[in-house]
Each structure stands twice: as C-alpha cells, then as structure tokens.
Design a protein around this ligand. Structure first.
Ligand code: HEM
Length: 510
C-alpha cells in the first residue's frame, strides 16, 4: 500500500503534469495566436458576409481608385477580404520594398484562379506558374532568346522599324485616325511577328483576325474570379466552359503556328522565338515532369505575347493623351527631335539615347498611368512580417502602384504631368534595377517584368516617330478624356481620335 500510494500519486502527478503542460501549451498558443491576430494589419470596413469586399471592387469606381481612397483611411498597409482569402493592400514604397525584397520569395507565387488554370495550359505559362525551377528555367530562356539587350537591339533594327514604317504610311494617307486602334494593331502585329516570324503574319496560317479576337477574349476572361475561387467549397458547382473555350481558341492559333514552324524548320531556320524554342522546350520537357514540349512552347509564346501587347499599347495611348493635354511638353519634345534628328531623315533606334526628354515623358506617363495600376497579384506561401504586421500564409498581395506613384512625400505636385522631374530632382529614380520602389510600373523582385528594355525601346521609338512625323491635334478643342477602364490593364475607356498633318518630306512616309 505504502508502496502503491506513491505509485498512484506518482501516476496522478504525471497525468496532472501532462494535463497542466497541455493546458499551458494551449493557453500559450491561444495567447500567441491572439497576439498575432491582434497584430494583423487593419481590415477595411464594408466587407460583406462570404464575399467580403469583392462587391466594392466591381464598380462603378475603378478598383485602384477604391483602394486608394481606402488607403487614405486605413493607411499604407491594410487588408480586405476576397471571399475566404485575405488581400494585403500596399500603398507605400517602403512596404512595397519589404514585400519585393525581404519577402520576395514568400510572395513568389501567383494566385491560382480557375480562369488562369484553364487558359494557361494548367499554369505552364511561366508568368502564372509557381515560384520554382520550372518558372526560373523558362524565364531564363525567354530573356536569353527574346528579351536580352542584345535581342532588343536586333529587334530595333528590323521588325519594329518595319512595323512603324507601315503605321506611318497608313497614318499619312488617312490624315485622321483613332490612335487606340493603331497602337493596338501595331503591338499585336509586332508581338506576333517576333514570336512567330513570317508565320505570325501569314494570312493562311493565321486565319484572318481569329487570334486577335482570341487574345482580346483572353484578357477579358483573365480577371474573372469564379465563386469557387473565393469560396473553395463551391468548387463542385463551378462552370469552366467559357475559360476552356477561350483557352482552346488561342491554343488553336498557336498550334497552327507551331505546326507550320515544324514543317518549315525542316527546310530552313525560321529565326522566330517559337522556332528557337522548339529545341529548348524539348529539353525543359525532359527535365521537368508535367508538360510536353509543344505545350511548353505554346505556353511560353503566349505568355510573352499576352505580357507585351496591351501593356505597350496602353502606354502609347496614355503618352499621346498626356501630350495632347500638355502642349508645352509636346512643344519641348518636338524641339528635342528637331535638334537631335532633324527632318531630313526618320528617327531610328540609334537616336534614342539622345532623346532624354522623350524618355522622361515615358517615365512620367508610366508614373501617372501605369498600365497595371494594381500590380499582378502574388500569394504568400508562408507567414511573414510587413511593416511590423503579421501576414499569414495564403495572403494575396496587391501593390497599388497608382497610389504609390502619387505619394506627395515623394512627388511634388503629384498629379501634375511634369517630365522635367526625371531630369532634375528625380533623375536617379529608375524602374529597371529593383532599387527604387517609388516607381514600380514593371513590378519588382524576382518576378519583375522581364520585358522592360523591350517595352521602352518600342514605346520610345513609336512616340518619337509619331511626333517627328506629324503635327497632331484632337478633333475638338476639348481636353482628352482620361477615364480608364476595368481589367488588369488600365486602357483608356474612350477612343482617341486625332487629326494628323505631315511634318516630313513625302518620301519619308513611303
Ligand atoms: C509598358 C510595358 C509593360 C509593363 C508596364 C509591364 C508590367 C508588368 C508587371 C507590373 C508585371 C508583374 C511584375 C511583378 O509581379 O512584380 C509584369 C510581369 C510580366 N511581364 Fe510585363 N510589362 C510590360 C511589357 C512586357 C513585355 C513587352 C513582355 C514580353 C514580351 C512582358 C512580359 C511579362 C511576363 C512574362 C511577366 C511575368 C513575369 C513572371 O511572373 O516571372 N511584359 N509586367
């Protein structure tokens, strides 16, 4: 008995100790969790049950404007609810820097929506694929084969100048034009030619305007969130037919291009990105499980075309709008062109390094009208800290470039279109190296846009050619309407009609 008592007491105390230990752990965990919950960024008011703040982002005001107003109320770091997901809204360069440097890998994934899954060959397009070896390899191949400075320089000499020549000829013969359409056609033709070479402009292979329509449709569908995206338990009821149809249509065009390339490749080198990708895609397919070589090739070509078309044409459109609304800036740009190029020959890519004012105009346009006012979202794979707040894994990161680019702490008179700022007090601010987070039209960190040099080359040369070639006026004396539209790319909502009078000898438009 004597012997048993201690045993029992011993047993009791051991159970008791375990119980107390467990309770302590639970209490500690709860306290810590509570503490962490308390340390979350402020959540914006106005969220509805289940859907959260989604209804506030669907109009009539554009989402970047709604989120900018919210930032005035809740600060540079706050959250909203996108159904079951938490969205982290960033509106200061300091917090953006933290997300895109210290936490860049944590925020290395893009959200997996149903639309993207069905239209991106199940995330084979590297712009949508998860952060990892497959993404890294395809990004490297794309930069080497298409987007390196060397390739961009080559491009300037032939394809771009070819496309510009035909645009100038057509504008000269028309004398009046809707420039949004011209810029849209220019970038689509250019991207198709770069990606698919002659095949991309071969009417028989391309089947008329089918691929243009398919790309347009892709962009329209890309932003669609299904109820199952925001409330995963509804996955069983999801209807994905429209996504599959759009993905299928674009695939039909890309497959026709690829078949033609394979046929021609047996006879000659095609010189296009798709042609060069045939060998690389086979290597990638052998190294990574999941996608066959043709899928990898088509997906990579598509993501580059999609990445480059609307963004560049939006930038061109906004630049021209801002110039038409700021005639003093336009006059200075013309003076720069007359001084450095003259009117006896057409401006070329080799002139661009001398056209510093035009470069500043483009920068200022990208500050005020970034084509992606809310940077393409990322999603965190682990817990992290931003601005001292606890950010749980699975949070969707949305950097509001629109708001950040208008921060009065950084930009004096922030709403004013003033290219001079990039030649004086903000001379050092650049968006190329991931050093300055005050200006992020191309994003930042490891997933920064790989098409920066390419885009600047195209935008600068197109604007320089247009200004050198024509005196441009609006149809009426009214200011150009600067309203933007819904969608991941902020396009001008209304047409941009202008009248053009030639400034150069007739022979230069031939
Ligand atoms: C003015 C023109 C352009 C703008 C403003 C722009 C903007 C952006 C932005 C904001 C991102 C997201 C970066 C991030 O998540 O941090 C991005 C990604 C991307 N862009 Fe661009 N872009 C432009 C032109 C181009 C061009 C010409 C191409 C290709 C030819 C391109 C291909 C891509 C791709 C593939 C990605 C995904 C990168 C990744 O996830 O690793 N973009 N772009």
């Amino acid at each position: 008995m004597d012997m048993a008592m201690p045993m029992e007491i011993g047993l009791l105390s051991s159970y008791g100790f375990t119980a107390i230990f467990c309770i302590a752990i639970v209490l500690l965990y709860t306290t810590l969790t509570k503490h962490r919950e308390k340390n979350l960024p402020p959540e914006a008011a106005g969220g509805r049950p289940l859907i959260g703040h989604l209804s506030l982002l669907s109009g009539p005001e554009l989402p970047h404007a709604v989120l900018s107003d919210m930032a005035d109320k809740y600060g540079a770091v706050f959250t909203i609810r996108l159904g079951a997901k938490r969205g982290l809204i960033i509106s200061s360069w300091e917090a953006a820097k933290e997300c895109l440097t210290t936490n860049d890998v944590v925020f290395g994934n893009r959200p997996k929506t149903s639309a993207i899954q069905h239209m991106s060959y199940n995330f084979a397009m590297f712009g949508f694929s998860g952060y990892g070896a497959y993404w890294r390899e395809l990004r490297k191949i794309s930069v080497l084969n298409l987007l390196s400075n060397h390739k961009v320089a080559q491009l300037g000499n032939d394809l771009l100048e070819h496309e510009l020549k035909s645009m100038m000829r057509s504008l000269n013969s028309e004398g009046k034009a809707e420039m949004k359409k011209y810029f849209g056609d220019l970038t689509l033709n250019l991207m198709a030619r770069i990606v698919a070479g002659d095949v991309g402009s071969d009417k028989e292979v391309v089947e008329g305007d089918k691929w243009r329509k398919a790309i347009k449709e892709f962009f329209r569908m890309m932003d669609v969130l299904t109820m199952a995206d925001v409330l995963p338990f509804l996955k069983w009821f999801e209807n994905t037919k429209e996504f599959e149809r759009t993905g299928g249509e674009l695939d039909g065009v890309l497959q026709a291009w690829l078949d033609e390339h394979k046929k021609r490749n047996r006879l000659e080198e095609s010189g296009s990105f798709m042609g060069e990708m045939i060998g690389s895609a086979e290597k990638v397919a052998r190294a990574f499980e999941g996608y066959d070589a043709d899928t990898i090739n088509k997906a990579t070509c598509q993501v580059l075309m999609l990445g480059g078309t609307y963004t560049i044409s939006a930038t061109l459109t906004w630049t021209l709008c801002l110039l038409l609304n700021n005639r003093d800036v336009l006059t200075k740009a013309l003076e720069e062109l007359d001084t450095h190029v003259g009117r006896a020959r057409r401006v070329q890519s080799s002139d661009l390094s001398n056209l510093v004012y035009i470069r500043a105009i483009i920068k200022e346009t990208l500050r005020l009208y970034p084509p992606a006012p809310i940077l393409p979202p990322r999603e965190s794979v682990a817990n992290c800290t931003v601005a001292g707040y606890h950010i749980p894994a699975g949070t969707r990161l949305m950097i509001n470039a629109w708001k950040l680019h208008r921060d009065p702490r950084i930009w004096s008179d922030p709403l004013k279109f003033e290219p001079e700022r990039f030649l004086t007090d903000h001379k050092e601010i650049d968006f190329k190296g991931g050093v300055n987070f005050e200006l992020v039209p191309f994003g930042g960190g490891r997933r920064v846009c790989p098409g920066i040099s390419f885009s600047l080359q195209v935008v600068e040369l197109t604007i320089a050619s247009l200004l050198q070639g024509f005196d441009i006026e609006t149809l009426s004396d009214e200011c150009v309407d600067m309203r933007g539209s819904f969608g991941s790319t902020n396009m001008k909502a209304t047409p941009l009609e202008v009248v053009l009078k030639p400034r150069l000898p007739t022979t230069l438009y031939g």
